[in-house]
Design a binder for this molecule. Structure first.
Ligand code: SF4
Length: 208
């Protein structure tokens, strides 16, 4: 195992965060299916990582009640309702934009719904590829802002100041000229409720 992973899992223990290492996507999806009981409800935030491991489809296929705002045909109003229900579900699934080697978890959000879900979830599962580990918090914030967000803006054709060339211009990335994607920032440094936060760290490149 990567020494950084070993250190991270130890660091998380001191922060009341459970770190679980999985070698690949399949092991990660199997592990999440074991953790989430079949009759639990699940909320989620949009994430390439979750798509890549196929966990939402797997949960829906076994009959778990997933508040999935991204299901085809869901209207904007229904989507907002599903997001609210998802934040109050038994489990909330998401990915981080970056993780520092000390164990800080960094999340960026446009409207704050993801942050509400993460902060208020009864049980939070964060899935992250090892490509998102950075040496420290400062570089984690930089990764989220200068690397992950521009790629997400491109993926979603989001009218931000980095859409055209992938370069962050946060000073001018404001309405009415631009629609900012990274409007709210959450850093989880530690947890107070044991077992509330689990990080599934996957030994592959996932998401961005
Ligand atoms: S502040 Fe604006 S320009 Fe910078 S990364 Fe975020 S969305 Fe892109």
């Amino acid at each position: 195992m990567d020494q950084r992973v070993d250190n991270l899992i130890k660091n998380w223990q001191h922060r009341y965060i459970s770190g679980i290492y999985c070698v690949d996507k399949k092991e990660a999806a199997d592990r999440i299916l074991e953790i989430i009981p079949g009759d639990a409800s699940v909320g989620l935030s949009g994430s390439v990582t979750l798509e890549e491991i196929g966990i939402i489809k797997a949960l829906e296929a076994r009959g778990t009640n997933v508040f999935n705002q991204y299901r085809p045909g869901v209207s904007r109003e229904e989507g907002l309702d599903l997001r609210k229900k998802g934040a109050r579900a038994d489990y909330y699934l998401t990915s981080a934009n970056a993780i520092s080697e000390k164990g800080e978890l960094v999340f960026f959000s446009a409207y704050g719904q993801r942050i509400a879900g993460i902060s208020s979830a009864k049980n939070l599962i964060v899935v992250c590829g090892i490509n998102k580990i950075t040496p420290n918090l400062e570089e984690a914030l930089q990764r989220a802002r200068q690397y992950a967000t521009p790629l997400n803006c491109k993926r979603l054709n989001w009218a931000s100041a980095c859409l055209k060339d992938g370069i962050c211009r946060k000073e001018i990335c404001l309405l009415p000229d631009y629609k900012r994607m990274c409007s709210q920032v959450l850093v989880i440094e530690a947890e107070t409720a044991p077992e509330r936060v689990k990080v599934i760290l996957v030994g592959e490149k996932l998401g961005f």
